[in-house]
Design a protein around this ligand. Sequence first.
Ligand code: NDP
Length: 285
Amino acid sequence: TTTPVTVLGLGLMGRALARAFLSAGHPTTVWNRTPSAAEELVAGGARRVDTVADAVHAGRLIVVCLTDYPAVYAVLEQADLAGTIVVNLTSGDSAQARAAARWTEQRGARYLDGAIMAVPPVIGTTDAVLLHSGAQADFDAAAPVLAALGTVTHLGADHGLAALYDGAGLAMMWSVLNAWLQGTAMLRTAGVDARTFTPFAAQIATGVATWLPGYAEQVDNGAYPAEVAALSTDAASMAHLVEECEALGVNAELPKLLKAMAERAIAAGHGAEQYPVLITEFAKP
Ligand code: NDP
């Protein structure tokens, strides 16, 4: 079945979203501050309107994808939102998402937050991961249409969850990439190129990933028995890593940070426990 949907914001991402809705056969109304952005979509069957009010009037489901939250408010305050479901796919933090939910609900509308973990060319394929948070009923109402965009997942009722998962995912991504770049910089001093190092790097990354469920048990239970290694053993290796990087003349900032965090946990009495006890360091400011 097809459902009318409105897209507010036709930047690189907003245009990709509208194209995917059109491809799935949903009657799609589009609005953008700069109207020319809609031209290609209109040729593809979209209906362009001149005002936000007309765009919101076109259907119950309002998908918003703008630069930031100030833009979201500047646009949404131009319309009567009563009776709509606002699906906000604009990037922001969890506090912004929760505040936007309250703001929207005060105007008689429902609010579903979303984080897009994909680039525009992937939108409309199952490889595009979209994370949503908000009431189950609102997700259930929007999901049949949102499914046109990619693989959609509901994380829970707390509107801040999509932004939090987005941030956590980026933390994972950058940490793995930085570790790979650190190793690459070290090995290049011995004439080993990135291509040669990479299969080993990937093996380590996937191997470490298999440890996570067991370590998650330790974190959730708040007990960190040293089953395979004590944190003090890791810390000694970290000191060697710092010395090696300094001797090689490559950047040692990241190894120094790892070492400093481990040393703080050891100073707090956690040296005989296992690595995940470092959550005590990560969980505070
Ligand atoms: P673009 O810069 O391409 O588009 C920005 C859009 O916001 C345009 O439609 C612009 O309108 C509109 N806009 C900005 N300020 C205002 C305002 N005050 N009033 C009205 N409209 C405004 O960005 P993207 O489309 O790439 O990104 C949009 C959102 O999607 C961002 O939050 C981004 O983080 C997120 N996202 C993007 C990804 C990507 O790969 N591109 C990936 C994942 C998330 P106008 O055309 O008139 O300037």
